[in-house]
Design a protein around this ligand. Structure first.
Ligand SMILES: Cc1cc2nc3c(=O)[nH]c(=O)nc-3n(C[C@H](O)[C@H](O)[C@H](O)COP(=O)(O)OP(=O)(O)OC[C@H]3O[C@@H](n4cnc5c(N)ncnc54)[C@H](O)[C@@H]3O)c2cc1C
Length: 396
């Protein structure tokens, strides 16, 4: 019987990982299945662009994995039973169950409501394709002078507010920041950010925690009412509750607690990568939820899975946090490096060069997903326990 590897989620972490596993492991003794809720690869890093009306082409996952040997199962994961080593799914064919020998959990994240009243009912977000499309429709129907309030001064909030203001100068765009805008940036980068907000005419409400959202306004902690035909909630990401409900050890955030090799500390057949992994980076801090972390964690997880199955030494791959690359519309961006303590270095790159670099990063990530088995080695690795290789021990 073949060793069944099931990858949950075909986002940046899961799609890369499935391709990497198919590239290195022999199909003679492994079977790789990817489960994803939607048929396309969704470039989450571009969803604010989609929301403001830009046309983006999404790749079909069936095309991405064609000819790679990876099986694609289009279904929604509803549960994981790590004791029975099964995954519960529901899809067009109804409810079903998938059995695994090794599981890679990479279901990503979605919007974090933080229990704020009115957010679920009235606010929009750009964290998933369906919510970004709902926002796109609402914005398309918003006439000149319409008010848009983006809540949250994190990377997604900044990218969303600047993208919207640049693409729709007819709208009145504002951002509510709990603290100060760009407080974590180096002084020069922060100045750059503020100048970009001024140039794009974005109003900034600093020290303004939003405590309620209503259909046409948001209410701040001090009672201030901010008019908003559309409130876009960008106050962080939250992971799906599936991992916590399954009995896997999770952190307070609901992310799966993993060791240095991305293996669950409670269930050794389970690995996690991307936003849903609570992984400690080389600086001793949890890696931030980001595309870069999705890259590092899936590389480490696949390297560990392959090494353990083929009976070789588990390699240690990099788990770094270099910094952030923030787009400010299509023509401007900030690339801010951080030091070993995750503090911004004084150097930053800004302007058109940074924007071009960011565009290259996005294209590169998309290209990598579209070519999952690029660089396929001529000889794929056999499992240490394959029937014709009996007696070889699988590494612990
Ligand atoms: C607007 C926006 C801009 C961003 N910009 C940047 C940026 O510039 N740089 C950066 O580093 N990061 C950025 N991010 C963050 C980055 O997109 C995420 O950190 C990254 O997508 C995480 O990758 P992942 O594979 O863990 O999750 P995802 O990419 O979210 O993939 C998860 C996959 O799982 C699938 N899935 C989810 N639930 C289920 C289920 N129950 N059943 C089946 N399938 C399911 C989803 O359909 C998806 O395919 C941005 C995010 C947003 C929303």
């Amino acid at each position: 019987m073949k060793h069944r590897i099931v990858v949950l989620g075909a986002g940046y972490a899961g799609a890369f990982a499935a391709g990497n596993l198919a590239r290195r492991l022999s199909p003679a003794d492994t079977e790789i299945t990817v489960v994803n809720a939607v048929p396309d690869f969704v470039e989450r890093m571009r969803l604010h662009q989609l929301a403001i009306g830009q046309d983006l082409a999404f790749r079909k996952l069936a095309d991405v994995f064609a000819g790679t040997g990876v099986r694609l199962r289009l279904a929604r994961v509803t549960g994981v039973d790590p004791e029975r080593r099964t995954v519960a799914v529901t899809g067009e064919d109804g409810d079903g169950e998938l059995a695994y020998d090794t599981l890679l959990y990479a279901l990503g994240s979605s919007v974090a409501h933080h229990g704020v009243p009115g957010v679920a009912e009235y606010a929009f977000d750009v964290t998933g394709r369906s919510s970004a499309l709902r926002l796109r429709e609402r914005l398309a129907g918003l006439g000149e002078g319409g008010t848009v309030l983006v809540v949250g001064e994190g990377l997604t909030g900044i990218e969303t507010a600047t993208e919207f203001a640049e693409s729709r100068p007819d709208l009145s765009v504002a951002l509510a920041a709990r603290g100060e805008l760009g407080a974590w940036l180096s002084p020069k980068a922060r100045r750059h950010l503020r100048q970009a907000f001024d140039r794009l005419g974005i109003t900034v409400h600093e020290h303004t925690g939003i405590e309620a959202v209503e259909p046409t306004r948001a209410i701040a902690a001090d009672g201030t009412s901010i008019p908003a035909d559309v409130t876009v909630w960008s106050a962080g990401f939250a992971v799906h509750p599936i991992a916590a409900a399954s009995g896997l050890e999770v952190a307070e955030t609901g992310q799966i607690v993993v060791d240095r090799t991305m293996r669950s500390v409670s269930h050794p057949d389970v690995y996690a990568a991307g936003d849903c992994a609570y992984a400690i980076g080389e600086n001793g801090r949890p890696l931030p939820m980001s595309c870069a972390s999705a890259g590092y964690t899936n590389m480490q997880a696949t390297a560990a899975i392959i090494a353990r199955l083929t009976g070789s030494k588990v390699p240690t791959t990099g788990l770094k946090y270099h910094g952030n690359h923030i787009s400010l519309g299509r023509r401007d961006a900030i690339f801010q490096m951080v030091d070993g303590d995750a503090r911004s270095k004084s150097w930053y790159l800004g302007g058109r060069t940074a924007a071009r670099l960011k565009s290259g990063v996005l294209k590169g990530a998309g290209w990598g997903i579209a070519h999952p088995t690029f660089g396929m080695p001529k000889r794929k690795r056999r499992l240490a326990t394959a029937p014709d290789r009996a007696g070889v021990k699988v590494a612990a």
